[in-house]
Design a protein around this ligand. Structure first.
Ligand code: NOJ
Length: 569
């Protein structure tokens, strides 16, 4: 396939739904599939054409569904298989495609395969998971390696029944599958076929970067003070996984007109992204990486009153590296966040100036090259939750870290909460704010998780009623991306950054049959830029009513974001 070949998923506008928090249709406090159905018109009106639905499979919910105990059943909390069929049908009728999260790296420990696997060393399912002997050091039994888990502690868990360790790079209730075993690969292919035959339009391949493992186990030599080394290279982006994906593509993906987007953590590079999603060699349509998600000081902050500072120069470098690194070689998604990140408004925006900063962030990103993915609530500028105690959190990774850092290592509880509040995944998982009623229009009963205290101001109803809102700005962006006059440029055109050294302004050109320039001021003060060589034909979109067209001396006010149709002089 050539890079320029037209595909529906290159022109799509994606929207991620964290099901549990999106909309509750049966008033049990938990979001569900029928809740999504209620909101299809809302999503369509926003300009969305593709839904990514987070896991809805049967699960004990240790990690809110990323711990699957049965891939062929919908968890009763989320609905039934018929609800899923109806959702797919209705979404398709409205012109919306549906992709689903496919949890590849691990199952729940309550999955039948693992229940069998842990029974004995010669159980037929033993080799479905990764088992290894521990080591005896100074008379003590320790883990097979010193590798850390993403969710705190070791990535190995001891199982006394067979006196071996199983690998789990997430929680101990999420044992890692052994993809070196052909039976596992075939079983996962069968799972994929089941959902594709039901009519879905593709997958978001969860944690796909980790399915290839080292044959020989050895300690990481990473220099760090931690007992278990956060050396993600030990189980990320290893060459063998590309063979598994190739086989998957040959046997399954290539038989359907679908898209696949892989989640690629563990520090993948653009050249690795090309191995995953390259137009020639790739097995997936595109991959998410997280390089641009942390270009600020949030990991250093220790007090909720400290200011979040954006490092725009670094952010621009990261954008440049990925946009130019993949262009013409692989397709890519563009996104600010997902259900694993803090809220965009609290991260790169300014909750005191939500419309201006939120619309600026929309323009900064979604005129770039790639398939947009919005995360629920981003379009209304939802903010982080003011967590106060450990009981306010739901995320298993926070709870694990709390055990290690506060309970075992006696770190101050306040310090721990203050710090983790800036980065916690739970920020993204609060209830979607639909309106200003008691439970934010999400449900008629108390929801399973927190509602942000600002929900009476920050909600969909208000955004729809206001003349100026982030939501309305997002709609305009997506309308332009779909407009046949601009689509060839905005979807397929080249990307070129200008004003690279400017620490306050992000500016870039998209070019095909037309030239489109986007210039945004990332900060809450006025600034001037001087742009030569282009003449403004017209303003395509601005978050101010009276933006200047004098590029040679362009004044940009607080968070001003303007997209121009230009011509070369
Ligand atoms: C990545 C998912 O986005 C995250 O939410 C989950 O905890 C891990 N993969 C494990 O499946």
């Amino acid at each position: 396939m050539s890079f320029y070949e037209k595909k529906w998923w290159k022109e799509a506008i994606g929207y991620e739904i964290y099901l549990k928090s999106f909309k509750d249709s049966n008033n049990d406090g938990i979001g569900d599939l029928n809740g999504i159905r209620e909101k299809l018109d809302y999503l369509k009106d926003l300009g969305v054409t593709l839904l990514w639905i987070c896991p809805f499979y049967k699960s004990p919910m240790d990690d809110n569904g990323y711990d699957v105990s049965d891939y062929f059943t919908v968890d009763p909390a989320f609905g039934t298989l018929d609800d899923m069929k109806n959702l797919i049908k209705e979404a398709h009728q409205k012109g919306l495609k549906v992709i689903i999260d496919f949890v590849l790296n691990q199952t729940s420990d309550e999955h039948q395969w693992f229940i069998e696997s842990r029974k004995s060393k010669n159980n037929p399912y033993r080799d479905y998971y990764i088992w290894a002997d521990g080591r005896v050091v100074d008379g003590k039994l320790i883990e097979p390696t010193n590798w850390a888990s993403f969710f705190g502690g070791s990535c190995w868990e001891y199982d006394k029944q067979t006196e071996q360790f199983y690998m789990k790079i997430f929680s101990k209730k999420m044992p890692d599958l052994n993809w070196a075993n052909k039976e596992v690969r075939l079983a996962m292919q069968e799972t994929a076929r089941f959902w594709l035959d039901l009519g879905i339009d593709g997958f978001r391949a969860d944690a796909v970067a980790h399915i290839g493992r080292r044959k020989r186990l050895s300690d990481s030599t990473m220099k760090s003070t931690e007992k278990y080394k956060p050396d993600w290279r030990m189980f990320s982006n290893l060459p063998v996984l590309f063979d598994y994906l190739k086989e998957f593509k040959e046997n399954v993906f290539s038989k359907y007109d679908i898209m696949t987007v892989g989640e690629v953590g563990g520090g993948a590079t653009p050249s690795e992204a090309i191995r995953y999603a390259g137009v020639k060699e790739g097995s997936l349509s595109m991959v998410f990486n997280f390089d641009h998600c942390w270009s600020n000081n949030v990991w250093q902050l220790t007090d909720p009153h400290q200011e979040v500072k954006v490092d725009l120069i670094n952010l621009k470098k990261v954008f440049d590296k990925w946009q130019r690194g993949q262009y013409e070689k692989a397709w890519a998604p563009i996104y600010w966040l997902n259900h694993d990140q803090p809220r965009l408004m609290s991260h790169y925006g300014n909750p005191k100036k939500p419309y201006l900063s939120g619309s600026m962030l929309g323009s900064a990103l979604y005129f770039m090259w790639g398939t947009p993915f919005i995360y629920q609530g981003e379009e209304i500028g939802m903010t982080n939750y003011p967590f106060k105690t450990i009981a306010d959190f739901n995320d298993i990774s926070v709870k694990n870290l709390y055990q290690i850092e506060v309970v075992q290592n006696k770190r101050s509880q306040t310090e721990f909460i203050n710090k983790i509040s800036f980065t916690s995944r739970d920020n993204a998982r609060t209830i979607m704010n639909w309106d200003d009623s008691k439970y934010a229009g999400f449900s008629n009963v108390e929801p399973w998780f927190k509602i942000t205290p600002d929900y009476r101001e920050v909600n969909v109803k208000k955004a729809l009623e206001s003349e100026k809102s982030i939501l309305k700005h997002y709609r305009k962006i997506f309308r332009l991306r779909k407009d046949k006059n601009y689509l060839p440029t905005l979807v397929y055109g080249t990307y070129k950054q200008i004003l690279k050294q400017n620490p306050h302004v992000y500016a870039y050109l998209r070019e095909a049959d037309k030239t489109i320039l986007t210039v945004v001021n990332f900060f809450d003060f006025e600034t001037l830029v001087y742009l030569r060589g282009y003449r403004v034909v017209k303003i395509l979109l601005s978050n101010y009513d009276d933006s200047s067209t004098v590029l040679t001396k362009l004044k940009l006010r607080s968070y001003e974001a303007v997209t121009y149709l230009v011509e070369k002089r």
